[in-house]
Ligand binder design. Structure first.
Ligand code: SAM
Length: 472
């Protein structure tokens, strides 16, 4: 029985409810009156139910689809402005005891060398990332209680936060590791992590069990209920995602929104972020083996529909996507992107991009400097801000900031100040010139005069006095 408040995976991601939702969406895909009503509700910018959003995703009326895209752009600007938060993944270990059919780290893959960073190697990787200008990382590891126990992950987090190379500083570590216990989530919280990210891969239980034939990840309920345990362990900010290509996208879309509704119903706060990865080629993995791959057009429509359905949730896109797709996705709702990523264990200290332990092929292979410059030329503000969680603005407190539209007085100056740091310490001369002009323009858009004046003083102090790490 469908029950968003239930703590049982089968009940908050109820298969029958998803099927009814898809049938309803299909029956109404040309129902202009209903679709217009849903768009009108979405225009209030308070979100949509999974059923309403599923109708928008199924909609076959060209002009109405266009209106949804325009609304997605408006919502993006309203809540997130033109800021794009930058991050990089850091692969710690590719040891894994799971049998995920789509992942090259699966236990039976004997082609790839298995590698786990020592603390000295973590240090070297972090220095390389700091030298690029990164302030925010997402750490990634396979699931292996012997090689990658929670103590190893905690040690790595400690090492990462302890390194201050030149003006470098990793100020927020997000964590993408396998589902674990409340006790371990509590340890991660105590280690000062930002968001706990765990992709559902697929919400379709039968497919899930087929795609994860062996290992602890096989347990659908344990995996699907992980975010509840994370929140019980004190982690306020959790990041959802599905791996598009594995199952029918409409099924995943409804499941994803039901998961968000469940978190809101039980914990009073929805997901902090939603990621939208697509299956990519990797060693021993042929994306063609999965018959549910989606076109770029459907992919960007999904992003727009997520944007209007959950306006306060950040959305993340990785370097799995090409420059062209990323450009479109940014307009439709994405608020965080990775840049200069290496998806192999130890990849950042290698001169050449290594392929032997890559988790997936990287489509966007530009350097961070190139991505930053590209964003700014398109009038986006690359932000290296990590202020919210350091100021205790997590979970519902972050959402309140977002809902009260206070981000222009807070996130906007923070983005500009952290961008100024980047320009001073890491940017190429051309990027610096583009950035200086952008900051001069954008600082005038801070509405509160007092905040604007302080932000200008801080920008000066960063430029002329070598000061760092200001935040509102
Ligand atoms: N091992 C952890 C787990 O099982 O949740 C998380 C880390 S894993 C390195 C990060 C994510 O990469 C997975 O959740 C999966 O969605 C994604 N991934 C795996 N194989 C992929 C592929 N071939 N193409 C694109 N993404 C992939």
């Amino acid at each position: 029985m469908y029950n968003p408040k239930s703590l049982k995976a089968d009940e908050f991601i109820d298969h029958a409810e998803i099927q009814e939702t898809l049938a309803y969406a299909d029956a109404h895909k040309n129902d202009r009156a209903l679709i217009e009503q849903i768009i009108a509700k979405a225009e209030e910018m308070k979100g949509l139910s999974h059923r309403e959003a599923s109708v928008l995703l199924a909609c076959e009326e060209e002009d109405l689809n266009e209106r949804v895209c325009q609304l997605a752009e408006r919502i993006k600007l309203e809540f997130y402005g033109n800021r794009i938060v930058m991050f990089a993944p850091l692969y710690l270990s590719n040891y894994c005891i799971n049998g995920c059919l789509y992942c090259p780290y699966h236990l039976k893959n004997k082609h790839i060398p298995r590698k786990k960073l020592t603390q000295d190697e973590v240090r070297d990787e972090v220095i390389a990332l700091q030298d690029m200008g990164h302030k925010r990382l997402a750490i990634e590891a396979g699931e292996d209680p012997v090689n990658n126990p929670i103590e190893y992950i905690l040690d790595c987090i400690k090492t990462i936060y302890s390194i201050h190379h030149k003006n470098g500083d990793i100020r927020r570590v997000n964590v993408n590791i396998a589902a674990t216990t409340v006790e371990n989530y509590r340890k991660l919280k105590e280690a000062g992590i930002g968001t706990y990210i765990l992709f559902q891969e697929t919400y379709h239980k039968e497919s899930y069990e087929h795609l994860h034939p062996t290992g602890p990840k096989h347990d659908y309920a344990y995996h699907t209920e992980a975010m509840d345990r994370a929140m019980d362990g004190g982690i306020d900010d959790v990041g959802l995602g599905v791996l598009f290509g594995l199952e029918l996208y409409r099924y995943e879309f409804a499941g994803l929104l039901m998961h968000a509704e469940h978190l809101e119903a039980v914990h009073g706060v929805g997901p902090h972020t939603i990621s939208v990865p697509r299956v990519k080629h990797a060693d021993d993995i042929d994306p063609g083996a999965f018959d549910n791959s989606i076109s770029d057009e459907i992919f960007t429509k999904i992003i727009a529909c997520i944007r209007v359905a959950v306006p306060y949730t950040g959305m993340i896109i990785s370097t799995r996507e090409s420059e062209a797709v990323r450009a479109k996705a940014l307009r439709l709702g994405i608020s965080q992107i990775s840049g200069g990523s290496r998806t192999s264990v130890g990849g950042y200290t290698e001169e050449e991009r290594p392929h032997d332990t890559e988790q997936f092929d990287v489509s966007d292979q530009r350097t961070l400097d190139e991505v930053v410059q590209w964003l700014m030329k398109d009038d986006f503000i690359p932000s290296f801000c990590t202020a919210c969680y350091r100021e205790g603005r997590t979970g519902d407190r972050f959402m309140a900031l977002c809902k009260n539209r206070q981000i222009l007085n807070c996130c906007h100056p923070n983005a500009l100040m952290t961008l100024q740091e980047y320009l001073e310490d890491y940017a190429s001369p051309e990027t610096k010139a583009v950035g200086e002009a952008l900051i001069a323009r954008e600082i005038e858009n801070v509405p509160n005069e007092k905040v604007r004046t302080i932000a200008k003083q801080n920008l000066n102090a960063i430029k002329n006095e070598g000061k760092r790490d200001f935040r509102f």
